[in-house]
Design a protein around this ligand. Structure first.
Ligand code: GLN
Length: 454
């Protein structure tokens, strides 16, 4: 803990930690020492971790990267962080992220972006998003592990950009209670760690049914770490032809081939498959996620949480609401609220939102068919490129930024678990990651498949 507290201060240039909690860390570290001395050694005893700013940690600023939550200190603790502290983990502080988890570069954060610790030239590179602070902090050894959340790739894309491991569990495996909501039918929390083994241990600590989240599954939590045998002989690994995009960089194609080779060497069989509706995943996601977000974000009204705009003489409740939201939400969040409100409006509901829901069902069906045909896991790239420079994407056209999510959003729509693992460097020397997609509730097997790629 002391070493991490020092590293955290030295790592300020990365802008990864946005609120540090050294007093809490020392208090928890002492408690962990006492537990160890008493012969009690829970799975994360004394392990210093960072927490994405999206999780409510009691008494600690929780802003979701937004000005509208400035000054908000929750009176409650999220289920996931409660479980971490029960498992003996030590809280170092809150980690930078895109505002309300909307973004792929960390640039929509009200704190300014976190910076990728990997550096190959004069540029400052993005750590990815939205859990970019979490990925940067783990990659730079500021903490041993971090919590992220993944609605459309926000754990896996930053993990790939920073050369670490990140797993998005099956929807319902981890409780969403106490996590600031972005798109409730897609959001899941998960670990971001240096190794697959660390991810298995941390996932075990945060998983499980929670009566406070009606979508959390009443399933027993397997021993994820015990599943890491490296034995994948006879397993069938699917390669979806729809992921072989036109104009895919040769480096990404070569990385994918290398992943296939590694799995073949371990005794798995590589099988070509088709996910015919995968090409609709990105537009479907960018209808459903903003629709849910526009509803979830309606609660920031200047009364209940954080920021309230200064009002002029004669202003009423409508002006308070409008001014507060105009000041508090950044441009990307406002864009999502407008898009979401539009697709939910009476005249356009059937054309957009309802149609997207139907396509989502077809996307899910594609995966069900692949798994029913005996596929054990699907291997794909995690991102279409390595980390890009801050300020280099999405400036003129937000859709350019959305294209980063082309490999990651599909499985969120289907509720499936996915993991990103670092598998080498590109020609510039920047990390690249591969992604594995697993059957629902089979995170243990998924982690074991990923273990082979490590
Ligand atoms: N980049 C995607 C978005 O902006 C995914 C974000 C996420 O997974 N939270 O919506």
């Amino acid at each position: 803990t002391m070493a991490c507290l020092t590293a955290m201060d030295a790592g300020d240039v990365l802008n990864a930690f946005v609120h540090k909690t050294p007093e809490l860390a020392l208090e928890q570290a002492r408690a962990a020492d006492a537990r160890l001395a008493g012969g009690d050694a829970p799975s994360l005893c004394g392990i210093p971790v960072g927490v994405k700013d999206l999780f409510a940690v009691k008494g600690v600023p929780t802003q979701a990267g937004s000005n509208i939550l400035r000054g908000f200190r929750p009176e409650y603790e999220s289920t996931v962080t409660t479980k971490l502290w029960e498992a003996g983990a030590v809280c170092l502080g809150k980690l930078n992220m895109d505002e309300f988890a909307m973004g792929s570069s960390n640039e929509s954060s009200c704190y300014g972006p976190a910076v990728n610790p990997w550096k190959v030239d004069d540029r400052r590179l993005t750590p990815g998003g939205s859990s970019g602070g979490s990925a940067a902090a783990v990659a730079a050894d500021l903490c041993l592990a971090a919590l992220g959340t993944d609605t459309g790739g926000s754990i896996r894309q930053p993990a790939a950009f920073c050369g670490i491991t990140g797993i998005k569990p099956t929807y319902g495996r981890v409780s969403r209670w106490g996590i600031v909501a972005y798109a409730s039918s897609l959001d899941q929390a998960g670990p971001m760690t240096r190794t697959v083994r660390d991810a298995a241990i941390m996932l075990g600590a945060i998983s499980g049914h929670d009566a406070k989240d009606s979508t959390s599954a009443e399933l027993a939590v397997p021993d994820f770490e015990a599943a890491l045998t490296g034995d994948i002989r006879g397993k069938k690994i699917g390669i979806a032809r729809e992921y072989r995009l036109d104009g895919m960089p040769t480096e990404i194609a070569a990385l994918w081939d290398r992943g296939m080779e590694m799995m073949r060497d371990a005794g798995a069989e590589i099988v070509d498959i088709s996910l015919p509706h995968a090409k609709y995943a990105l537009p479907t996601y960018y209808i459903i996620a903003p629709a849910e977000a526009s509803s979830n974000l309606a609660r920031y009204d200047g009364v209940r949480y954080g920021h309230r705009a200064k009002l002029a003489q004669g202003d009423g409740i409508t002006e308070m609401y409008e001014k507060t939201r105009a000041e508090g939400f950044g441009p990307e969040v406002q864009r999502r609220i407008m898009a979401g409100t539009y697709v939910l409006s009476a005249g356009f509901y059937d054309a957009y939102y309802n149609r997207a829901r139907k396509v989502r069902a077809l996307i899910k069906c594609d995966f069900e068919q692949a798994f029913a045909a005996g596929i054990d896991a699907i291997l794909a790239p995690a991102t279409p490129s390595s980390a890009f420079g801050l300020g280099e994407q999405g400036g003129a056209d937000p859709v350019e930024m959305y294209l980063n999510d082309v490999f990651t959003v599909t499985l969120n729509l289907a509720g499936l678990p996915g993991i990103a693992v670092p598998v080498g460097l590109d020609a510039k020397g920047l990390p690249l990651g591969l992604q594995l997609i697993g059957r629902p509730w089979e995170e243990a097997e998924l982690l074991n498949h990923a273990y082979v790629l490590e």
